[in-house]
Design a protein around this ligand. Structure first.
Ligand code: AMP
Ligand code: GLY
Length: 427
């Protein structure tokens, strides 16, 4: 089959790596891709939201399947664009419909959905500028810290956690007055959930589902979970506290009601659901839904997946996922992100990267890289994702850090404590 994959990050390099291993693949194209994906297929210079160019390419190249990496084209309705076009409707799209993508595209929609279908999540209320005073009163009723979320997509920056009430009120006013543009015209205020976070991933054809390996993400820039929020500085899979009991609760209390709710609402959903969960004393709560895979979690999850990804996707497209085999390797995967010094604030780009070719015990997924004058250079904040598999988390960590020691670029920064919280976790 001919596959077009949309996206250009480390997640998409990991997708390309897994798709390239499929027995069902004929040609793989990635739009726009990165130098890492170019090693596995052909990069096509088309933007992820340029639906007309994507259509032209799919028709000319006889694409059979479109795999959507990031959320933006889904929220913009790429699934529906394909489903409603005579020339495209035979092409399988792996990704939620526009209505389904609202689970990520609108926090208010997601909270209302969870409330309606009794899915455990933090108590909340949504406010606009018209009822800001009610928002202040609601904040007074909650205990610190305060969680404020822009309703719409805000490039991963729309969640603000405030330590005191004065700061929470000022932030609410700022958000409703356009701090995140149109995304914060509505603000969800919710109860702060205590516990330890985990990311869980579901692939669904809208009827049945497969639970993929879980992962833990490291969001803050500095060791010990200090400093600014980032896209994610590393990931580990599996996560020790996700045992059978916890997994069963996630399936029965969260995943099954979510899929049943989508059916009741007549929302087409054939793709990934990413559950950002809080484990509070063994009970799972949904912090957020995403309609895509996580980054960098994908770089740790897909190497553990013992399945032909295109075979699973075919099951999604034909609603026969229940017949497909999807096993997990009994190994630990550790991903460490090598970032540009200064990220997530300002950082330099165009710095030459050396030594990837010397890495032989890990997989180096490329994220913020570009080729310029025949040399590999940095082009983003998160530059490389170095993934290792081994029997124990300690051994996998050692491999990733040894591999990183072989890679060099000026001002390279990475966290030294990935996985330490899991090693130290006591039930
Ligand atoms: P998000 O952008 O939705 O991924 O949220 C960013 C981060 O904010 C999450 O990963 C959590 O660490 C934190 N967060 C969001 N909602 C809550 C909540 N209700 N209680 C505690 N932490 C939260
Ligand atoms: N790593 C978190 C995310 O992809 O949103």
């Amino acid at each position: 089959m001919n596959v077009l994959l949309l996206g250009s990050g480390g997640r998409e390099h990991a997708f390309a790596w897994k798709i390239a291993q499929s027995k069902k693949l004929k040609n793989l194209y990635i739009a726009p891709g990165n130098p890492g994906t170019a090693l596995l297929g052909e990069n096509i210079n088309i933007g992820i939201n340029d639906f007309e160019q994507i259509k032209k390419f799919c028709v000319e190249t006889k694409i059979n399947m479109l795999v959507v990496g990031p959320e933006e084209p889904l929220v913009n309705g790429i699934y529906d664009f394909f489903a409603n076009d005579e020339q495209l409707k035979h092409i399988a799209v792996i990704g939620a419909s526009k209505a389904g993508a609202m689970l990520e595209g609108s926090k208010d929609f997601a909270k209302e959905f969870m409330q309606k279908y009794n899915i455990p999540t933090a108590r909340y209320k949504t406010f606009t500028l018209a009822n800001i005073n009610a928002g202040f009163e609601f904040l007074e009723m909650l205990a610190a810290p305060y969680v404020l979320k822009a309703d719409g997509l805000a490039a991963g920056k729309g969640v603000v956690i405030c330590e005191n009430i004065d700061n929470a009120k000022t932030t609410l006013a700022e958000m409703l007055n356009g701090k995140f543009g149109a995304a914060s015209q509505k603000v969800v205020i919710e109860e702060f959930l205590h516990g330890i976070e985990v990311s869980m991933f579901v692939l669904t054809d809208g009827i049945s589902y497969k639970l993929l390996p879980e992962a833990k993400d490291y969001k803050r820039i500095y060791d010990g979970d200090k400093g600014a929020n980032t896209g994610g500085m590393g990931a580990v899979s599996p996560v020790s506290f996700v045992d059978d009991t916890f997994r069963k609760k996630v399936c029965s209390q969260i995943i099954e009601p979510t899929i049943a709710g989508l059916q009741t609402e007549k929302i087409n959903y054939q793709g990934f659901i990413f559950l950002g969960l809080m484990n509070n004393c063994g009970e799972p709560y949904v912090i957020e839904y995403n309609v895509r895979m996580g980054d960098p979690e994908t770089e740790a999850v897909l190497p553990r997946l013992d399945a032909d990804l295109l075979d699973l996707f075919e099951g999604v497209a034909t609603k026969t996922l229940h017949n497909k085999k999807c096993e997990t390797l009994n190994q630990t995967a550790v991903t460490v992100i090598c970032a540009s010094g200064g990220y997530p604030d300002s950082y330099r780009k165009g710095i030459e990267i050396f030594g990837i070719e010397n890495v032989d015990k890990s997989i180096v997924f490329q994220a913020g890289t570009t080729v310029c004058n025949d040399t590999l250079q940095t082009s983003g904040g998160r530059v490389l994702a170095v993934t290792s598999l081994d029997d124990t988390i300690e051994n996998a960590l050692q491999k990733s850090y040894e591999s990183i020691a072989k890679i060099k670029f000026q001002n390279m920064y990475f966290r030294k404590d990935i996985g330490q919280d899991i090693l130290n976790y006591k039930k």
